[in-house]
Design a protein around this ligand. Structure first.
Ligand SMILES: [Zn+2]
Length: 287
């Protein structure tokens, strides 16, 4: 593997990236760092505040009514942040790159729906999306907006938790607020509702993983944006690309677990860097 290009000067780095990605059928793999400029904290990143406590696991959520009450109370408070967030320059640049044919596919580890909001409708949401809810009994999918109306009816609207917001729409709340919280059951069957996101301790559905491996295999470059690749669910695509000899470019502020596999490595703020990249490679359809 070649020595990674680590640019001392931002524009030189973006120019090197432009030469790598122009017209190449790039597969984007994005993470929480791409959404920080939309006001959603990246709790694993260097710039984000540290997460308070560990995230709830699938086993805790499904195993205890008290855990589910805690989850939904905190999530009800944190939902405002996610619901009001707007795509930033980084999401918009990715969409420009997709429309002009440089990017062939977008895979995101984010559950905030911001790629879709930027127009990238077919972005694969590896870990699901917070804007949907699934019933664990009858499997019916419903919208989070509808559940939010029901939770607000039952509990009122929670105050914005400010600094204690978390990247996955979770928020830190006082115990008393959690204890009095009323959870809404599935409107169809009365079953347990879970956000349609992959929890820690839960696997990404196999067909979704296979689809992502196929996209990575078909791409000519894998471009990682704003992910420290801490969890295997994203890192495995970087490993596969590197094994197949597909160049891997990483733009992330701070080190990542994929750094030694990268051919190009840039530590730049994503919004400005991706806007410059989209300008350099051009908006004309690339054929
Ligand atoms: Zn149900």
């Amino acid at each position: 593997m070649a020595e990674p290009v680590i640019a001392a000067e931002p524009s030189a780095g973006v120019e090197a990236l432009a030469r790598l990605v122009a017209g190449r059928g790039v597969v984007v793999l994005s993470g929480a760092g791409l959404s920080t400029e939309s006001g959603i904290p990246d709790y694993r990143g260097e710039t984000g505040s540290r997460r308070r406590g560990s995230p709830m696991t699938y086993q805790e959520f499904t195993g205890s009514e008290a855990a589910r009450r805690r989850y939904w109370a905190r999530s009800h408070a944190g939902w405002r942040t996610i619901d009001r967030a707007e795509p930033n320059a980084g999401h918009r640049a990715v969409e420009r790159l997709r429309r002009s044919g440089h990017v062939s596919a977008v895979i995101t580890q984010n559950v905030d729906g911001l790629h879709r909001a930027a127009g990238t409708r077919d972005a694969v949401e590896l870990h699901g999306g917070l804007d949907r809810v699934v019933c664990l009994t009858c499997r019916q999918l419903s919208s989070r907006a509808e559940l939010d109306r029901r939770l607000t009816e039952l509990n009122g609207e929670f105050a914005d938790p400010g600094a204690h917001r978390q990247a996955d729409g979770d928020a830190v709340l006082p115990d008393a607020a959690v204890e009095g919280f009323r959870v809404a059951p599935c409107a169809r069957c009365g079953g347990v509702l879970k956000p349609d996101v992959v929890f820690f301790g839960e696997s990404v559905p196999k067909p979704r993983v296979e689809r992502c491996f196929d996209l990575v295999a078909a791409g000519q470059v894998l471009l990682v944006l704003g992910s420290s690749l801490t969890v295997m669910s994203g890192l495995r695509f970087v490993r596969r690309a590197a094994r197949d000899g597909t160049p891997v470019a990483i733009v992330n502020q701070g080190p990542t677990r994929g750094d030694e596999l990268a051919t190009t490595r840039l530590g730049l703020p994503l919004g400005p860097a991706l806007s410059e990249l989209a300008d350099l490679v051009g908006d004309r359809p690339w054929r």
